[in-house]
Design a protein. Structure first.
Length: 394
């Protein structure tokens, strides 16, 4: 009789709490990365209890800052801003020799997810700024990287005039505002977040970067007005086409966009990473993973994050990219934050990167930036590089 009574009580409790039992199996995830759906499908197929529900957010940082209704996990870019870090719980309990091994990561990259000596976010992937050019230039450029000075000097030899106007122009620093920003970084500016919500600027190093750009524009390209005239006449098609046609010598491209160039065009092009003094800047939009401080399913969230940073799992995700014909490389269209995955596995799957994986000590990982960094960066570039000292000097 007691056994029957216990069984009835158990069934009653199960019925009354059934909704919450099922609810605790759900792991709610927000992301700005569409390809995460394929990765999550793989996780769900191998887990009978926990199931991840994915919700796409075009801007995870903005979505997170604009609501108190938080998911369990966020995978997105720009979520390491000082304004958002307080919304995440420490992940230190996940890190250790028997868990997620810190030695697997690019060391200086892992530290960008820290605040007050607590690991609040884990970096998942990152991208690098590249420079594309025609393959017949390959022998003139050292392997792996092309320096700012090398770009400038080769551009000088490439430039061709017709009358008072350029018919060929090697490269204009003003074709891509990111090039101006990376130049500032390569000259020593890290732009750390300030207490006032802005960033700190090393004016001496910025002046050096400004002088370098000014010299390029005015001495190599004969002035801002001539650059502008060439740009207005010819730069009305994708930049890789202008490189392929021989109209320009170089174009800046993110590593995440290299495979967007059609194969029939890409086979005639080569690339190097933008560099200066043996340093390569890492792009600002690092992809991070975090568990929110209001996560309802912490146990499930921890399980998923631990799964995602398992090297054998990431190898499987690289296979999924190809099997499902996802138009991405690496992990979510970026180099994995796990060193061996980037150095050994990604080149196996994407042979374009064979011989193109830079050493860890060459990489400059960006510091945390405020949420309004895009606006700050635009003003910074305009103030320093579009000043009359450069644009009006002839």
């Amino acid at each position: 009789m007691k056994t029957i009574l216990k069984f009835v009580v158990f069934i009653t409790l199960a019925v009354l709490s059934g909704c919450s039992l099922f609810y605790n199996q759900r792991i709610v995830l927000w992301t700005d990365q569409p390809e995460m759906a394929a990765y999550i499908e793989n996780f769900n197929s191998k887990n009978d209890f926990y199931k991840v529900e994915i919700y796409y957010r075009s801007n995870t940082a903005a979505s997170l800052s604009g609501t108190e209704n938080q998911p369990d996990i966020v995978i997105g870019k720009r979520i390491n801003s000082p304004e958002l870090l307080s919304k995440f719980q420490p992940l230190d309990r996940l890190i250790g020799d028997e868990k997620i091994q810190p030695g697997l990561f690019y060391r200086n990259l892992l530290s960008t997810g820290k605040a007050d000596d607590k690991q609040l976010l884990l970096p998942l992937s990152f991208n690098l700024p590249g420079v594309i050019f025609k393959k017949d230039m390959d022998r003139k450029i050292p392997a792996l990287m092309i320096t700012l000075d090398k770009m400038r000097d080769l551009s000088r030899g490439f430039n061709k005039m017709r009358g008072r106007h350029f018919r060929k122009l090697g490269f204009s620093p003003f074709w891509d505002s990111n090039f101006l920003y990376y130049t500032a970084v390569l000259f020593g500016n890290t732009f750390p977040s300030g207490a006032d919500g802005g960033v700190s600027i090393d004016e001496e190093e910025m002046k050096k970067a400004q002088n370098f750009i000014g010299s390029w524009v005015n001495k190599v390209n004969e002035g801002y007005d001539k650059e502008k005239a060439f740009t207005g006449k010819y730069v009305n098609v994708p930049m890789y086409k202008l490189v392929d046609d021989g109209r320009i010598l170089f174009s800046i491209i993110s590593s995440e966009d290299i495979f967007k160039i059609p194969e029939e065009k890409r086979k005639d092009l080569a690339f190097r990473w933008l560099s200066y003094n043996d340093a390569i800047p890492v792009e600002d939009d690092i992809l991070y993973v975090g568990i929110t401080d209001k996560a309802k399913n912490r146990r499930g969230a921890f399980k998923f994050v631990k799964w995602l940073f398992n090297p054998s799992v990431q190898k499987q995700l690289l296979k999924i990219n190809q099997f499902k014909r996802l138009d991405v490389f690496g992990i979510c269209n970026g180099f994995s934050a796990l060193k061996k995955i980037t150095a050994q596995e990604i080149p196996k799957r994407n042979q374009l990167f064979l011989g193109h994986i830079p050493p860890e000590n060459f990489l400059i990982f960006p510091l945390s930036k405020p949420q309004n960094w895009d606006m700050i960066k635009k003003k910074l570039i305009s103030g320093w590089f579009l000043s009359e000292e450069i644009t009006k000097k002839q």
